[in-house]
Design a protein around this ligand. Structure first.
Ligand code: ATP
Length: 310
């Protein structure tokens, strides 16, 4: 059975494909052997702890960083190295990013209307004052904001959640086919996170977007994504259908992430956290050595075998 490369989405439907991506920063191997696909109208969650390589992966997809080896394809075409300005601009329009920090990503001196009308004008999605204002209104309504109230406001007059909605609207303004959301809720109040995740899931469906959702929180991944890739130390350790990865986790690191999800029905026991940390260190030590052996454990469920002890 051939299982490499193993793309969660049928290749012909893939909008973005990463094939055997490596990224080195001097002695640091930030990514190794990353192969995954993003499909239209589908979300893939990249899950793992700080430093595992999630953001580097997102930056490579957005062409804000470049791999040291491997291929990036867009609709089947190699975009690892872009040769023309037209292709670069076209790619940048197609692949939009929503960042973690909704506070620093909007310019304080411009109104929300300015932030949204600029990309519409730049890409000529509407022309003339009336049509542009109507397009801005539609975008704001699409992300659950009242256009009449929000349009003339400035970023500091909005809450964090509202600003993140404006960032999402701005990304949608250029009608992309790919949205990369890097920890889009981690700087927001817990109470409003779910609303943003539901918004991402809805726009993905309605706009047939290929969504890459990056998070350290495996529980939220299940709300948004059809597929999950669990990363550890720059490698994919377990991946496939969300239900399979969460319901039948095989890799000890995935099991560790799942056991760290708070269980509201159980009281916190003193001493438990020290035991958890000790177990976490053991799992990390076990998972760190690289292994090229991948087992297929379900239709769309793969797990990297642990390296044999020396
Ligand atoms: N520009 C850089 N120069 C040197 N090392 C880097 C650079 N960017 C990332 N790294 C290293 O690559 C590894 C992966 O970093 P990355 O930011 O992708 O992880 P992450 O999972 O997104 O973490 P976080 O959630 O904290 O952002 C880390 O060891 C990081 O220190």
């Amino acid at each position: 059975m051939s299982i490499a490369p193993h793309f969660p989405v049928v290749a012909s439907e893939a909008v973005i494909q990463l094939e055997d991506i490596e990224r080195r920063f001097g002695p640091i191997q930030a990514l190794r052997g990353i192969s995954l696909s993003l499909g239209a109208g589908r979300a893939l969650a990249l899950v793992g702890e700080s430093g595992c390589g999630k953001t580097t992966c997102a930056r490579i997809i957005a062409r804000m960083d470049h791999p040291t080896a491997g291929q990036l394809r867009f609709r089947g075409r190699d975009f690892t190295t872009i040769r023309t300005k037209g292709d670069e601009l076209g790619y940048r329009r197609e692949v939009q990013m929503v960042f973690q920090d909704p506070f620093s990503s909007l310019n304080p001196v411009f109104s929300i209307e300015h932030h949204l009308s600029r990309p519409i004008k730049l890409h000529r999605h509407a022309e003339g004052k009336v049509a542009i204002a109507a397009a801005v209104s539609r975008l704001l309504a699409d992300v659950g904001l009242d256009p009449d109230v929000t349009m003339r406001k400035f970023p500091h007059e909005l809450s964090g959640g509202q600003r993140q909605r404006v960032n999402i609207a701005r990304a949608l303004a250029v009608q992309p086919s790919v949205l990369v959301a890097d920890e889009p809720t981690s700087m927001l109040d817990v109470s409003i996170r779910m609303g943003i995740l539901e918004l991402l899931a809805r726009i993905k469906r309605e706009n047939r977007l290929a969504l890459l959702y990056i998070t350290h929180d495996i529980a939220t991944a299940a709300h948004v994504a059809e597929e999950i890739v669990v990363m550890f130390a720059g490698q994919m350790v377990e991946w496939g259908d969300t239900n399979a990865v969460i319901g039948d986790a095989r890799h000890p690191y995935t099991q560790l992430l799942l056991s760290a999800v708070p269980d509201g029905s159980r009281p916190f026991v003193i001493g438990e956290s020290a035991r958890f940390l000790e177990r976490a260190e053991k799992v990390r030590a076990l998972s760190r050595p690289t292994s090229t052996r991948v087992e297929q454990v379900g239709d769309n469920h793969f797990v990297r075998a642990l390296a044999a002890p020396n």
